[in-house]
Design a protein. Sequence first.
Length: 315
Amino acid sequence: MRNLLWTTVAIVITLLCSGSLYAQNKVFEHDPMFENLEPGDKGAILLAHFGTTHDDTRVLTLDAINRAVQERHPNLEVREAYTSRIIIKRLKDNKGIIKLNPTEALDQLFEDGFTHVLVISTSLTDGVEMASVRGEVAHHSATFKKIRVATPLLFHESDYTKMLEIITADTAPDAATIWVGHGTYDVATAQYAMLDHLLQLSGHEHVIVGCVEGYPYFDQSHQRLRATGLRRVVLRPLMIVAGEHAKEDIAGDWQELLTKEGYEVEVKIEGLGENPQIQSYINDKVDFYANNRQVSIGEKKNIYQVTGEKLHPND
């Protein structure tokens, strides 16, 4: 065990001296997955979507994302999986459409001879869906020569900056825009609040974030809306797909409640996945995580235990 620890320390010190270990919010090691594959090795990207039963938005969002990733990475196999077992079952029972869950998709990739797999989730937040994906990937850690899972769309501070640019790009100053996310019952709901907070700090007080199931709720969004003094409101889904929640909750309940309050309400039922900027950002995630591995906290603690020093000033 002691020899293993010192070997780890030696490797990391070598990386530090060579400049190949650097920080992007935290420490990453430059570790390309798909370069210099050995004979017989095959690389694949697995896109893990929550999924949807709505054919119209699926074509415009999830299918479009899959296509965009394949177009930028023509030499890699690009496949998808749905994380929602309810959606998978409904699609099979009601439409005869078969979608694999992440475990099934990874098993199939292994059977098809793929050795290097990068898993990209299209989840917005680091909540229960990401925990599920990471768990399924962990079960396949010994299955492939190399398997890696990227962070969701909102994770590092730089992610929020990028998302903020995207959701404020076409807003009108004389109308409030409320981006309505799904929300969650766990700690990840704070990520919606953080995005809303950053909108206010950046001078976009007329752009608001709310959630169907989680904080900020409708009441908090309504409070922010009243503070703007604006009477025109644009409701938009802060969701990759514009499915059931967008059509029933946003275009239904939220629009009705605001109309009763005397607001002039416009609803734009477009999933984020339709936006070419989001598609490009997902591709940027693919490129970064295909070439960089985040050094785990366990690895770092082993180093700290010996050196008493951080790996990087920003670590």
